[in-house]
Write a protein that binds this ligand. Structure first.
Ligand SMILES: [Zn+2]
Length: 229
């Protein structure tokens, strides 16, 4: 029964493989021998944010890790293994952490919506909000949501950069940069958040510079002091 339901997908697959082979004879045979992607994409699992399509790359050109709300946690062996393999073995030159506006995971963390097991995962995003609340809580709701999506990316770029994988790679002089992007579901465009880190020495300054682009509420001194109590 399952096979019946998915028949159209397998048909799609056959048609796609035939078209690829027709347009570029030997494509799959060449790819089967080895992969040499230059990029590692760390993105959200959201079905509307597919890595290869958005940056128009073929199979073999981007190594991908996705989870809910594109979070990189130092105790997550899955993400760390992907990063380690990509950096140490594939020698990717660029790692993009790609968030997206309207991210359900980020919004759930921001609103305190209970979603089940993922609450524990999204706690990491909530922590981002707590850490930078003076730059977030005074904003109108729509802007607050967009800023949270961007700040979450910036935090995760910092987490990638501070991982021992990146620190070790930079210490031995390897050419690899970490970037932060935020993708717009409404227009299909990815925005560079200007948080690119290319060596260990610039991590802290780049991170601070990126965060400072989100001004604190200068008029709400009273509210801020209440919130801090
Ligand atoms: Zn998302």
């Amino acid at each position: 029964m399952m096979t019946q339901d998915l028949r159209h997908l397998l048909d799609n697959n056959r048609a796609w493989a035939a078209r690829m082979e027709l347009e570029r004879p030997g494509f799959f045979q060449k790819l089967a021998r080895q992969q040499t992607p230059k990029y590692l994409w760390i993105g959200c699992s959201d079905s509307r944010v597919p890595a290869n399509e958005i940056i128009a790359l073929d199979p073999g050109e981007v190594f991908v890790h996705r989870n809910i709300a594109n979070v990189v946690v130092h105790s997550d062996l899955n993400a760390l293994s992907v990063i380690q393999f990509a950096v140490d073995h594939l020698k990717v030159e660029h790692i993009m952490v790609v968030g997206h506006y309207g991210c359900g995971g980020v919004l759930a963390a921001l609103r305190g919506t209970r979603v089940g097991l993922a609450d524990n995962w999204l706690r990491h995003v909530y922590d981002v909000k707590l850490r930078h609340r003076s730059r977030i809580e005074h904003l109108p709701i729509a802007q607050m949501e967009d800023v949270m999506c961007e700040m979450n990316v910036i935090e995760q770029v910092g987490n990638v950069a501070m991982s021992n994988v990146l620190q070790d790679a930079w210490a031995r002089g390897q050419n690899v940069s970490v970037h932060g992007w935020c993708y717009g579901l409404k227009d299909g465009l990815a925005k560079d958040l200007g948080v690119t880190m290319s060596n260990a020495g610039e991590v802290v300054n780049v991170f601070r510079g990126a965060i400072k682009r989100y001004p604190r509420d200068l008029s709400g001194g009273v509210r801020a002091s209440v919130a801090l109590q």
